[in-house]
Design a binder for this molecule. Structure first.
Ligand SMILES: [Mg+2]
Length: 368
């Protein structure tokens, strides 16, 4: 069996709500996604979406077609390890976003060939997982309170704050939300790499007292030395490693230096499900959680759900708000039920209901 077709259909995505998650970056109202198709000589087809609201596929797509497609054409799609290794060695020419998209499409193809959902192919751990709402940056404490209460009342399992990133304001936001939702409801803070060591310690001690579940990315993303110092002063679990772009070999230093309690990763920044599955198992060896980061588009996030269902050491599934800044291109989007649970897709591969009509109507270019 061989891959005999690789193409990327770039399709327009307009009217995206302009949103931000830390003090310096806004999303844009217009972007595009790429539908990646891998087809075999036996008629199976694997898919992935390239791109997000902030990273249009038209920027990355040409690299994918120039450097990744030639490695896939003629290859056995089930040789995922070999192909993933080859793609990683190309990371000076192509972004991890491209490698991640190709890897997701290979997993989708493998599931379709086997007649199994991807999470079953990986080794099923569970059939459902609770969702948590992950805030955008909001104007004041009362806006966070209103949003947290809304998601708590609709059954979602936890709420994570992306704060304004001024340490004293952030503590006020965390206090107000804790007071509103009560002591039992799980809350997390994602400080988006915004503090120096002393502010990180101040905020960390405050939210530790408030019973927050984890403290995400308080310091600059690769400041391993200060993370290790901070971790020795705090009892609240620290969750780092979301940002540095790279594959499995970027993680050991964080473990050996004692710089984080949990590991983290996503499809576009770490090169796909293959890296993520390995990292989750690496974390398991150290009895660490692997908390999956939202991955920028609907199909990547569906792939994240498969991974979450295939590993024991993850807590909840991240849904980044507002919803419509990250959902596009599926005819049927997956959403939490009234108990805040997301359930296993049943179809083979990713089991996605891709909106091929919409994609056809909105296609700007087909790269191949
Ligand atoms: Mg984060």
């Amino acid at each position: 069996m061989k891959i005999n077709h690789v193409s990327l259909s770039i399709f327009t995505w307009d009217n995206i709500p302009v949103t931000r998650y830390h003090s310096s970056a806004f999303t844009q109202p217009n972007s595009n996604l790429g539908l990646l198709r891998l087809r075999t000589d036996e008629g199976h087809e694997g898919h992935a979406f390239l791109g997000s609201a902030s990273n249009p596929a038209s920027m990355d797509g040409p690299q994918l077609i120039r450097w990744i497609a030639p490695k896939l054409i003629g290859a056995n799609p089930l040789e995922r390890e070999r192909l993933h290794g080859q793609m990683l060695r190309q990371s000076r020419q192509v972004s991890y976003r491209c490698i991640g998209a190709a890897d997701v499409a290979l997993w989708d193809l493998a599931g379709k060939i086997a007649g199994l959902p991807v999470y079953a192919l990986m080794g099923a751990q569970r059939s459902s997982i609770g969702a948590y709402a992950s805030s955008q940056l909001l104007p004041d404490p009362s806006a966070y309170v209103e949003q947290a209460l809304n998601y708590k009342n609709t059954g979602w399992r936890a709420y994570k704050i992306h704060p304004p990133t001024d340490p004293d304001t952030d503590i006020k936001v965390c206090e107000a939300v804790r007071k509103a939702v009560g002591d039992a409801y799980p809350l997390m803070l994602d400080a988006t790499w915004s503090y120096d060591y002393y502010d990180a310690l101040k905020v960390g001690l405050a939210i530790e007292q408030m019973g927050y579940k984890w403290y995400e990315d308080p310091l600059a993303d690769e400041d391993i030395h200060s993370y290790a110092k901070l971790r020795h002063k705090l009892n609240i679990p620290i969750l780092a490693t979301e940002y540095p772009a790279g594959a499995l070999d970027t993680y050991p230093i964080w473990i050996t230096q004692g710089a984080t309690d949990y590991l983290r990763g996503d499809i576009p920044n770490k090169g796909g499900l293959t890296t993520m599955l390995k990292t989750a198992h690496l974390a398991e060896a150290f009895h660490m959680n692997y908390e999956i980061h939202h991955s920028g588009n609907s199909l990547n996030n569906l792939a994240n759900l498969h991974l979450a269902l295939a590993i024991p050491n993850t807590t909840w599934f991240e849904v980044l708000l507002p919803d419509n800044a990250h959902r596009y291109g599926l005819a049927q989007e997956f959403r939490p039920d009234a108990q805040g649970m997301l359930h296993a897709p049943t179809g083979p591969g990713l089991g996605a209901d891709i909106d091929f009509d919409l994609i056809k109507r909105k296609t700007e270019a087909v790269l191949q």
